[in-house]
Design a protein around this ligand. Structure first.
Ligand SMILES: [Zn+2]
Length: 272
């Protein structure tokens, strides 16, 4: 599943190249998770603005409204300056512009491209309403995290994955951040102290920065718009290392399942 770093890397791969282009044609393939929400022809002749990201959504502003895009479970967006090639079986959206073609390839079709009158209006506002803070937002710190976790009985790992406190701490990054902050992933969220929340907020930011620097993780068959595979997973301290020695203390890394997701942790370094 593309996580926040992959989505951000995807954005960077085409944002500058498509800004200022004019939409020439829109081609829809098989239905995606949600319908486009406007006649495809109505997008033609509109100018494209600067693409931004909110959580794992990308927003491509047009002259009238814009397109909110999500990669779902298996989607990837690629921008090509070459004349558009015939769409393949899994290519379900093409935005053909004067500068090139932005194409969504999505075998499982959980991704979506949705027109919205504005980012803070219509379907976009609805879809983004429950998102937590951006991890690199100055407002996201230990104090915010501690306040948001108060009273929550769910395990800290699950509280992070929910994405309503902070976005971006997907499974691999949540495991790694909890290891770095030395917090047992099973700890009740509301029992994580303020000092540990400080460490955790810092760890989330550092891990996501590292993932961005490495170009995203190599989970599944993620490819960004340049066809580049990332290498975050090769640098993971606990994720995917079940039975291997902890890099800090040598204790074998454990794997458990929380809400049907694998959690990797060191039972010695990470405490409740
Ligand atoms: Zn350890």
């Amino acid at each position: 599943m593309p996580e926040l770093p992959e989505v951000e890397i995807t954005r960077r791969s085409f944002a500058e190249r498509i800004e200022g282009a004019t939409v020439r044609q829109v081609r829809l393939g098989k239905p995606l998770r949600w319908p486009l929400g406007c006649p495809a022809e109505s997008l033609v002749a509109q100018a494209v603005g600067a693409a931004s990201r909110r959580g794992k959504y990308l927003w491509l502003p047009l002259e009238r409204g814009g397109l909110l895009m999500h990669l779902g479970m298996s989607g990837s967006l690629a921008f090509s300056e070459a004349p558009p090639s015939p769409p393949g079986a899994h290519d379900h959206f093409d935005l053909v512009t004067s500068r090139g073609t932005l194409r969504l390839t999505d075998p499982r079709r959980f991704g979506a491209v949705v027109w919205s009158p504005a980012l803070d209006d219509g379907p976009a506002a609805k879809l983004l309403a429950t998102l937590g803070l951006e991890p690199f937002d100055a407002a996201f710190d230990g104090e915010h995290l501690h306040r948001a976790l108060r009273g929550r009985r769910v395990a800290i790992k699950q509280a992070l994955l929910a994405g309503d406190i902070v976005v971006g701490a997907g499974n691999i990054y949540a495991c790694e951040a909890l290891f770095e902050a030395r917090i047992d992933p099973r700890t009740a969220a509301g029992r994580v102290s303020r000092a540990r929340c400080d460490r955790l907020a810092q760890a989330i930011r550092r891990i996501l920065s590292q993932a961005l620097a490495l170009g995203g993780s190599t989970l599944r068959d993620f490819r960004d718009a340049h066809g580049m595979a990332g290498s975050f997973q090769q640098h993971a301290a606990v994720y995917g290392r079940q039975g291997e020695p902890c890099l800090v203390c040598g204790t074998p890394v454990r794997r458990i399942v929380q809400s049907q997701r694998s959690t990797f942790f060191c039972a010695h370094c990470q405490r409740r």
